[in-house]
Design a protein around this ligand. Structure first.
Ligand SMILES: NC(=O)C1=CN([C@@H]2O[C@H](COP(=O)(O)OP(=O)(O)OC[C@H]3O[C@@H](n4cnc5c(N)ncnc54)[C@H](O)[C@@H]3O)[C@@H](O)[C@H]2O)C=CC1
Ligand SMILES: CC(C)CC(=O)C(=O)O
Ligand SMILES: [Mg+2]
Length: 354
C-alpha cells in the first residue's frame, strides 16, 4: 500500500515526522513517498500543486498531509497561494466528505476554555462538505465596477450547491448518525441564502430514508452559539464547506486545542486524504512546540477508513489516551502538574505507549 506524504509548510514537517514514526512502528505493509504541496511547492516549482504531486496523489492509496500556508506567501497572486494547492488536491481527488471528530479526552477536561461540566464526555462528529460552496463557486473575483459611488473595486464570490452535491454529503452524514447515536443536525442559513434553502429541502427530503435518524435543523449563527453553550446536545452535524470550516475550528477548542482535532477527507470509495484540522501555525513553526496529536490521530483515521485496519487505528488511539493519562502535554494543552513536552517528545511518548 502506497501513502503519499505531503508535509507542507510551517509546523507541517514537524508534526508529519511524528505521525510517520508512529505509522512505521506499526510495521504494516506501507510504503511512503513524499511530495510538495503548498508554499514549499511554490518556492520549488512556482505551482502550489505541481503535476508530480498530482500524479503521486492519484496513484497512491491514501494521502497524509501536514498543513500549508504562511505569511511569506500571502502577497502572491491568488492562483499561486499555498491554500489553492490544498483546494486543488481536494477537488482533484474528489474528496467531498470531510469528517472532523471533536472528542474530549477526559484528561483534557481542564485544558478546554469551557467549564469541565460543559464539555465532559463530548463526542461530536462534524461532517463538512469539502469540494463545493463558496470556496469553489464561480464567478469570483475582484474587479472595477461603477457602483453608484463611482468606479471602485468590488470583491465577489458565489455560494453554490447542486442537488447531487447536497445529497451525497447528506448520505454520508445520515449513515454516520446511524452508526453513532442516531441524531443529525443540519446547519444552514436558509433564512437568508437560497443556496442553503435548497440544502435544507434536500436534507429534509432524505429523512424518510433514514427513519432511525432523528433530524434537526439549525441556523449557523445559532449553531455557533450552541456549540459553546451546550455542545453535548450534538451527535453528528452536517454542513457546507465554509460553515463547516468555521464550526470545526470552534469545536476544536471544546477538546482543549485545535492541535487535538484530526480529519479525514473522503471520496465516494473511501480513498482519502488525512490531515489535522489546523493550519501551518507559523507563530510556532520550527520551535518543537506544535502538538502532533491531531496528525497522529489523522493517521489512525487513515488506517480505519481507507485501509479498514481497525485494530491498528485503535492501537494509535489507545496510545494517545495513554500518553494523556501519563500526563504528557504540549504547550497548547499544558496545565500545571502535567509534564511539558515538545513535538518530538510527544511523538516519543506515543511510540512508547503503542
Ligand atoms: N489545512 C491547512 O493546511 C490549513 C492551512 N491554513 C493556513 O495556515 C496558516 C496559518 O493560519 P492560522 O489562521 O494562523 O491558523 P492555524 O490553525 O495555523 O493557527 C491558529 C492558532 O492555533 C495554533 N495551533 C495550530 N495548530 C497547532 C498545533 N498543532 N499545536 C499547537 N498550536 C497549534 C497556532 O499556533 C495559532 O496560534 C495560514 O496561511 C492559513 O491559510 C489554515 C487552516 C488550514
Ligand atoms: C484553505 C482552507 C480552506 C483550509 C482550512 O481552513 C480547512 O480546511 O480547515
Ligand atoms: Mg479551517
Amino acid at each position: 500500500m502506497k501513502i503519499c506524504v505531503l508535509p507542507g509548510d510551517g509546523i507541517g514537517p514537524e508534526i508529519m515526522a511524528q505521525a510517520l514514526r508512529v505509522l512505521r512502528a506499526l510495521d504494516l505493509d506501507f510504503s511512503f513517498e513524499e511530495a510538495l504541496l503548498g508554499g514549499c511547492a511554490v518556492d520549488a516549482t512556482g505551482d502550489p500543486f505541481p503535476e508530480a504531486t498530482r500524479r503521486l496523489a492519484l496513484e497512491s492509496d491514501a494521502v497524509l498531509l501536514g498543513a500549508v500556508g504562511g505569511p511569506q506567501w500571502d502577497t502572491l497572486p491568488r492562483e499561486q497561494r499555498p491554500e489553492r494547492g490544498l483546494l486543488g488536491i481536494r477537488k482533484t481527488l474528489g474528496l467531498f466528505a470531510n469528517l472532523r471528530p471533536a472528542i474530549l479526552y477526559p484528561e483534557l477536561a481542564n485544558a478546554s476554555t469551557l467549564k469541565p461540566e460543559v464539555v465532559a464526555g463530548l463526542d461530536i462528529l462534524i461532517v463538512r462538505e469539502l469540494t463545493g460552496d463558496i470556496y469553489f463557486g464561480q464567478p469570483r473575483g475582484i474587479e472595477l465596477r461603477d457602483t453608484g459611488n463611482g468606479n471602485e473595486r468590488v470583491g465577489y464570490n458565489t455560494m453554490i450547491y447542486s442537488e447531487s452535491e447536497i445529497r451525497r454529503i447528506a448520505k454520508v452524514a445520515y449513515e454516520a448518525a446511524q452508526k453513532r447515536n442516531g441524531r443529525l443536525c443540519s446547519v444552514d442559513k436558509m433564512n437568508v441564502l437560497e443556496c442553503t434553502q435548497l440544502w435544507r429541502d434536500i436534507v429534509s427530503d432524505m429523512a424518510r430514508d433514514y427513519p432511525d435518524v432523528q433530524l434537526s435543523h439549525m441556523l449557523v449563527d445559532n449553531a455557533a452559539m450552541q456549540l459553546v453553550r451546550n455542545p453535548k446536545q450534538f451527535d453528528v452535524m452536517v454542513t457546507g464547506n465554509m460553515f463547516g470550516d468555521i464550526l470545526s475550528d470552534e469545536a476544536s477548542m471544546l477538546t482543549g486545542s485545535i492541535g487535538m482535532l484530526p480529519s479525514a477527507s473522503l471520496d465516494a470509495n473511501n480513498k482519502g486524504l488525512y490531515e489535522p484540522s489546523h493550519g501551518s501555525a507559523p507563530d510556532i513553526a520550527g520551535q518543537d512546540k506544535a502538538n502532533p496529536l491531531a496528525t497522529i490521530l489523522s493517521a489512525a483515521m487513515m488506517l480505519r477508513y481507507t485501509f479498514a485496519q481497525e485494530d491498528a487505528a485503535q492501537r494509535i488511539e489507545n496510545a494517545v489516551k495513554t500518553v494523556l493519562a501519563q500526563g504528557y502535554r504540549t504547550g497548547d494543552i499544558y496545565e500545571p502538574g502535567t509534564t511539558l513536552v515538545g513535538t518530538r517528545g510527544m511523538g516519543d511518548a506515543v511510540l512508547a505507549a503503542l
